[in-house]
Design a protein around this ligand. Structure first.
Ligand code: ZN
Length: 139
């Protein structure tokens, strides 16, 4: 049921926009997220301890809002149980924001998978726990 909502979202954006999926490495190399200078302990830290995520409240979100819209990215949870970075400002299921040096192109939705989606059973559609044997009720 949840999976369908993700596809609906994707179908809408694909109809009106280019839809591009990038890996985290590709995204960082291409768009160059800036460090969060407000919180010295921000999430998504590199080896030197500098974080790139901005929180959804207070000074940090205020700073995000000052940026050019094409340099703002939302970090959020997908309906499939994974987490993603999407180009552009958004509210739904938001966990944080990023700001990049390089703007994303107009009419383009870019999706970067951060955490893997939940595993679901093809037969009964239930979420499967990797550590447990799945007792499928469909069979
Ligand atoms: Zn099953």
């Amino acid at each position: 049921m949840c999976r369908v909502r993700v596809y609906q979202y994707r179908r809408e954006v694909i109809m009106s926009n280019n839809f591009i999926e990038l890996t985290m490495e590709e995204w960082e190399a291409t768009y160059k997220p800036i460090y969060n200078h407000i919180d010295t302990n921000a999430s998504f830290q590199d080896e030197s301890g500098n974080g790139i995520m901005f929180e959804t409240y207070g000074d940090e979100v205020a700073f995000v809002k000052e940026q050019d819209p094409n340099n703002i990215w939302m970090y959020g949870s997908g309906d499939d149980g994974g987490t993603y970075i999407w180009s552009g400002w958004g509210f739904v299921n938001r966990l944080g924001y990023f700001i990049t040096e390089v703007p994303f192109p107009d009419n383009t939705i870019i999706q970067v998978q951060v955490a893997e989606p939940d595993l679901t059973c093809d037969d009964c559609n239930e979420t499967i726990d990797e550590d447990e044997e799945h007792q499928c009720e469909e069979n």
